[in-house]
Design a protein around this ligand. Structure first.
Ligand SMILES: [Zn+2]
Length: 419
């Protein structure tokens, strides 16, 4: 995960760009990816796929002395993404209208983008504004717009069922790490792990440019939507903050409850909020009007370096990424293995006679709740529902009920696949 981040983070990964394509090609070396290409200008629902944007040079000079004040060579964030080309002499006032700074983080370069409003501009450290004392400046941005293709990378891991769980992370954002290469790295690792196990659901792991990539894919794969059981947006998972769970638009699906249960059982502090109230991202597309796949988001938002040049590898750690990866893997495992147990027995089961008596020292929680489990095998709730209700460890309960099953005391009824 760290290697992937180190290798691609400084690339100019704009929505449709050479840097983005290079990052996707890099990922393809480690996981099998099908790459869907949607040409610039394609109408996707109410949106249009942007052109491919490149920038060769971008700088500001004092008009008289020619002294270079700012150069995108020093940092990709110095030029606003999708800036129009410009080569002009402008007044200080005019220049300042085209400069973005972040007064709350004055030493850092903010991330500026103008994907859809045609304009030009620069981003710089707020602290440096005082250096611009002259009346006239020369501004140069040698950028170009051309027809290209927006690329969505998708790794499909087929399961027993056609119903699909979507894992989504965005690969765009030049020279930033936590947002969202951290989501990409965790998603890539999960894809590798899922490929090595037997799954009930089919999994699709998507790497795409934020928002427009999801729109481009879903609007051109309408049939895929029918098979989508649920989704998870992974982002900003490397910084040192507690997890933030954002629920789906539905808010109380089994998938929402599983995510909350796993976070709660982890014993670590986390926060939770309704749809679009924690962080805004591609779930607005996946769980949006006319699509409506229950899509949660797991992040460690907020963090102070967000959308600035301070979002570098130094603010993240492998430990955090691994912790998030494990939690999400557990959520997927619960979702994938869950079933509905239905009793075949009458009267209370003679537990010790069937080897179903759990000693206190074996599992304290279950020892106190064996009867409560026995009373919940009517076929009206799943293993997860019982674990959640009784606050038991899912894996342990699953094994316990397997012993019921091998004794012929329950049948296993499959879950409906829509989460
Ligand atoms: Zn962002």
């Amino acid at each position: 995960m760290m290697q992937c981040i180190e290798d691609v983070w400084f690339l100019r990964r704009d929505l449709v760009s050479g840097g983005y394509d290079a990052a996707l090609a890099y990922l393809k070396r480690f996981i099998p990816l099908e790459i869907h290409e949607i040409p610039s200008g394609t109408r996707c629902w109410t949106w249009t796929i942007p052109e491919k944007w490149s920038v060769d040079e971008a700088y500001i000079e004092e008009a008289e002395s020619g002294r270079r004040m700012l150069d995108a060579k020093d940092h990709p964030l110095h030029v606003i993404s999708y800036s129009l080309p410009v080569d002009a002499e402008v007044t200080r006032e005019e220049l300042l209208r085209h400069i973005i700074t972040n007064p709350a983080r004055p030493h850092a370069i903010p991330f500026g983008y103008k994907y859809y409003d045609r304009d030009w501009g620069f981003c710089m450290q707020h602290d440096r504004l005082g250096e611009f004392t002259k009346d006239k400046y020369r501004v140069v941005i040698r950028s170009s717009f051309e027809k290209g293709t927006l690329k969505v990378g998708c790794c499909t891991i087929p399961g027993e069922a056609k119903e699909t769980v979507a894992l989504i992370a965005h690969l765009c954002h030049p020279a930033m790490v936590n947002d969202d290469l951290c989501g990409v790295a965790v998603a890539a690792k999960l894809a590798q792990e899922l490929a090595h196990q037997k799954n009930r659901y089919t999994y699709q792991v998507f790497f795409l440019p934020e928002t427009i990539g999801s729109i481009a894919y879903l609007s051109t794969h309408k049939n895929a939507i029918r098979h989508m059981a649920c989704g998870i947006f992974l982002e900003m998972l490397g910084n040192d903050n507690i997890h933030a769970l954002q629920l789906s638009r539905q808010g109380n699906t089994r998938w929402d409850r599983i995510a909350r249960y796993v976070l709660r059982r982890s014993g670590k502090e986390f926060r939770e909020g309704p749809f679009r109230m924690v962080v805004g991202n591609d779930e607005m597309v996946w769980n949006g009007p006319g699509v409506d796949i229950p899509t949660i988001s797991v992040s460690r938002f907020p963090y102070p370096e967000y959308h600035t040049s301070d979002d570098t590898p130094s603010i993240i750690s492998l430990e955090r990424l691994q912790e998030s990866k494990e939690l999400i893997a557990t959520m997927l495992r619960v979702l994938d293995r869950d079933y509905i147990p239905k009793r075949t027995f009458t009267g209370p089961v003679f537990l010790s006679g069937y080897g179903l008596w759990i000693k206190l020292e074996e599992n304290r929680e279950l020892n106190r709740k064996m009867e409560q489990v026995m009373l919940r095998l009517e076929g009206d709730r799943s293993v997860f529902d019982i674990a959640d209700e009784l606050d038991l460890e899912f894996e342990y309960l699953l094994r316990y009920l397997d012993a019921y099953h091998s004794n012929g005391l329950i049948t296993k009824m499959p879950m409906k696949n829509r989460a």
